[in-house]
Design a protein around this ligand. Structure first.
Ligand code: NAD
Length: 472
């Protein structure tokens, strides 16, 4: 049984003043595997005060000093890679391959941020002015459970690169990953107070950070509903915000695409991370002229995927993270049936022989875009297949959503796919694949968020330009 009883404030592991305990579960069996002691408003006050004390010195450090720390943090997290993978599998249920990707994302974020800092001019002359990119101040970094370690590292790396100091509020459901990261990052030897971590509930610790007058910026990744409440609360002190929120991303399979190649990829992007990725392509758009062919490939493809124990190397889809997620996904599957969508494969309940929070990968066909299962982010392995008449119709359906995080387009012609991609309302559109590059901006249009992360775009999110007029 894991006992996580400490948080990290002012360069030290300390016992939180909050006394509430929170259970950690093994999602494969639904049994309790640990307890985490949660912080409260008093811990937030101590952590923000430490970050505020550390800010004057850290904000004036040279690029070289920051890059050296980021390099040490990269090495320290990489040295804990195996332990981090084990924590991700144990408390989150990611299959091994996904957990390895997530651990690498955590470790390499520090190098990505160092590279962005190296390339980005922090000072430039414009007319007679010297324009200086100054760090915003103390920032609060709030992460979700579906990529807790990766997002802590990514947000912290860019905040430190910019010269900010930070208080991190990780997902309370991801305390094993957080504790591995803390151990690693502590070993990297940052000045005390430069980064701090307070485990706790969103409505206690998260909310206290959102209200704190000494926090200059919130970088939040999580649900759109919580993102909106943070935006409202942060407005009282006009905090800067970066919000990375939910999605209901479309995958457009154009009628000239090679279906044998496109459909397995579309399924992979729709179901990756156990269906719990913000960028999952959960609405698959197929042409009416090739509907039957598409449906038979989709059904065969999904039925070939093993769902269950994440430690089994043949498992493609692990369990959901919690009982609440399991119940939510079951509710959406029932709703799809009630709304009249055709159940192509899957359905309610566990896959045969499985327990815990494992669900049956489920696909609905003949979904219309007004159905709830086409509009809401379900956050589980549940896909909706919609049929379109022509390219215009496909673009119209794809854009008919409050979200705008990601989209995917498949076509035999890259040029044609790029022309369609250019008309989609999404922060990123992947053509004939799912691509990531750490120097390329990531973030949402519409209700998928505000601002961008990664590369110089992510760095600028922690900087405030100041103009010294007459200095140049
Ligand atoms: P969530 O919004 O419930 O929680 C996210 C974090 O916010 C947690 O640490 C939580 O404790 C905290 N929180 C909750 N209430 C708060 C409040 N009132 N004030 C401040 N903080 C509060 O999200 P989740 O269920 O943990 O994660 C899943 C969601 O995250 C999905 O909607 C997914 O699409 C989204 N997500 C988005 C991205 C992206 O980059 N756009 C990436 C990953 C996940």
């Amino acid at each position: 049984m894991h006992q996580i009883t400490q948080i990290y404030v002012d360069g030290q592991f300390v016992t939180p003043q909050g006394e509430a305990l929170f259970d950690l579960h093994d999602p494969t069996t639904a049994t309790v595997i640990g307890k985490v002691r949660l912080g409260d408003e008093r811990d937030v006050a101590a952590a923000v005060a430490a970050a505020k004390r550390a800010f004057p010195a850290w904000s004036r450090t040279s690029k070289e000093t920051r890059i050296a720390l980021l390099q040490r943090m990269h090495e320290a997290v990489l040295a804990h890679r195996a332990e981090l993978i084990e924590a991700i599998v144990a408390e989150y249920g990611a299959p091994q391959s996904r957990a390895s990707f997530m651990a690498d994302h955590a470790a390499f974020s520090f190098l990505d941020a160092a590279r962005a800092l190296k390339a980005f001019p922090l000072e430039q002359a414009i007319g007679n002015a010297q324009v200086i990119q100054t760090p915003i101040g103390v920032v609060a970094l709030i992460t979700p459970w579906n990529n807790n370690a990766g997002l802590i590292s990514n947000k912290l790396a860019y905040a430190l690169a910019a010269g900010c100091t930070a208080v991190i509020k990780p997902s309370e459901m991801s305390a094993l990953q957080t504790s591995v990261l803390l151990k690693a990052m502590h070993a990297a030897g940052a000045p005390a107070g430069v980064w701090n971590v307070v485990n706790g509930r969103g409505d206690v610790v998260g909310s206290a950070l959102t209200h704190h007058p000494d926090v200059a910026k919130i970088s939040f990744t999580g649900s759109t509903v919580v993102g909106k409440s943070i935006l409202r609360e942060a407005s009282a002190t006009l905090k800067r915000v970066t919000l990375e929120l939910g999605g209901k991303s479309p995958t457009l399979i154009l009628e000239d695409a090679d279906f044998a190649e496109a459909i397995p990829k579309a399924l992979m992007f729709g179901l990756a991370n156990n269906g719990q990725a913000c960028i999952n392509g959960t609405r698959i758009l197929v042409p009416r002229s090739r509907r039957d062919e598409a449906l038979s490939l989709i059904k065969a493809g999904v039925e070939a995927l093993r769902s269950g124990d994440p430690r089994d190397p043949t498992t493609a889809i692990g369990p959901l993270v919690s009982q609440a997620q399991y119940d939510r996904v079951q509710r959406y599957i029932r709703l799809g049936i009630e709304e009249g969508a055709a159940l192509l494969t899957g359905g309610e309940g566990h896959p045969e022989g499985q327990a815990g929070y494992t669900v049956r990968p489920t696909v609905f066909a003949d979904v219309t875009n007004d159905m709830t299962i086409a509009r809401d982010e379900i956050f589980g392995p549940v896909l909706a297949v919609l049929t379109y008449e022509d390219e215009e119709d496909a673009i119209r359906i794809a854009n008919d959503t409050p979200y705008g995080l990601h989209a995917y387009v498949f076509s035999a012609s890259t040029e044609r796919a790029a022309a369609v991609a250019n008309r989609l309302e999404a922060g990123r559109v992947s053509i004939n694949g799912a691509f990531h590059h750490p120097d390329v901006p990531f973030g949402g249009f519409k209700q998928s968020g505000i601002g961008r992360e990664y590369g110089v775009f992510g760095l600028q999110a922690y900087l405030e330009p100041k103009a010294l007029m007459g200095a140049a």
